[in-house]
Write a protein that binds this ligand. Sequence first.
Ligand SMILES: [Zn+2]
Length: 122
Amino acid sequence: MHEFSTMQGIVSAIREEGRKHNAKAITKVWLEIGELTFLGEEQLRFAFDVLTEGTEMEGAELIIQKVEPKIRCECGYEGKVNYGEKEEFHIQFPILRCPVCGNNVEIVSGKECLIKNIEIEV
Ligand SMILES: [Zn+2]
């Protein structure tokens, strides 16, 4: 489970940070997750609950901010990614090509998986 191992890293980084500040409890966590990480929010929340149970982070509020993908092309285009749909699977997938000229593009954002902020009790 991709979400579980990702959240494991996040939770241990946060607890480490809490220890540095002698936190009695960690009460709120803000994460920034890019849509191109394909991490499911529900699975992330589930992993968060499981991993924080019985720790100083138990019951902390988890705020997930999604980051829209953004691409940049040599032709000067910079902006949103178009999505295509595979009808047989009913899934949407990002098209990582320039909507103007069709070239391959550079991904500017959408792959982040960051701890933006935490709130602690000391
Ligand atoms: Zn282009």
